[in-house]
Design a binder for this molecule. Sequence first.
Ligand SMILES: NC(=O)c1ccc[n+]([C@@H]2O[C@H](COP(=O)([O-])OP(=O)(O)OC[C@H]3O[C@@H](n4cnc5c(N)ncnc54)[C@H](OP(=O)(O)O)[C@@H]3O)[C@@H](O)[C@H]2O)c1
Length: 326
Amino acid sequence: MRFIALDTPKPLSKIGLGTWQFGSREWGYGPDFERQAAQIVRRAVELGVTVFDSAEIYGFGRSERILGAALGDDRPKVVVATKILPVLPVAAVVQQRAVASAARLGVTSIDLYQVHQPNPLVADHTTMRGMRTLQDVGLVGEVGVSNYGLRRWQVAEAALGRRVLSNQVRYSMLDRAPEQDLLPYARQAGRVVIAYSPLAQGFLSGRYDAKNPPTGAVRRANPYFLPENLERGAALIDTVRQVADAHDATPSQIALAYLLRHPNVLAIPGASGVEQMERNAAAADIDLADDEYTALAEAAKRFRPVTGIAAMPAMLRARFGNPTGK
Ligand SMILES: NC(=O)c1ccc[n+]([C@@H]2O[C@H](COP(=O)([O-])OP(=O)(O)OC[C@H]3O[C@@H](n4cnc5c(N)ncnc54)[C@H](OP(=O)(O)O)[C@@H]3O)[C@@H](O)[C@H]2O)c1
């Protein structure tokens, strides 16, 4: 395992574990998955993963409970990260919700407490007042944000009056917007970009194609998995596979290695089984050559998926059972 070279109370592994999948029906992994989830966590700890990411909204608290129970006595050794859904994130509410999350996780301090998304109506100084008190009493270690643009991340930091260590954003070979501003800022300021959906929810594994799309509500709602986009992505997957073959690795590992090349990025892939998590952890040790990185970046740029409003008709057809459009 490799770690972020920053002064943090506990080391931050370059590969963490995302736990939205735990206790959440929308991934479609079924009731037996809870037992596997615990095994995934145990194996991750064995392999040196130190960052475990949850949120109060995942499975309406079940993800936090499953994660906390699976970590057990290892909780103090790792970075337990969770998120508040900022519906009314005034100071008193932020404090109450942190206490509830800590109880579900079974910790006396949340190592990284993140604001899940910017609230369009409540300013950050209100939310950060609650965060500051939580830090002062020791219930929260580091504060983070999620889905924040650069400007608002900086505003949040000014409001907290301390570092807002991380910004958790969608970042994968398909979603490279963080490379424009968040990554340069993180590097210059000594902050961390936490890459969520780093495999584009499995698109980059190369396991799916137009005839074999994934199941489950999450990915039915993701336009990348429209048959047309899976077809358009074939050339990109080919390039990823070529690089993977040269490293005796899998496409998912190369997709992660692409992100981890940046020193201030850590990725938190989710996993549907222990073996996936093992492979993801091993991706931290892959070094891409410059020409491989360039080839991947170029192939990623050439991929033009149908998204946004243009994807709506096909999304509706897929949703209501007529994916061919005929
Ligand atoms: N802050 C936010 O707003 C936000 C939003 C989304 C996610 N997140 C966090 O980020 C984490 C990861 O994002 P995500 O779950 O959306 O997407 P992801 O990590 O890109 O994709 C996870 C899925 O990819 C497949 N996979 C994982 N490892 C694999 C491997 N080695 N080989 C082949 N397939 C593999 C698995 O699905 P199959 O095996 O079923 O194909 C797995 O469920 C979440 O768990 C959550 O903690 C945060």
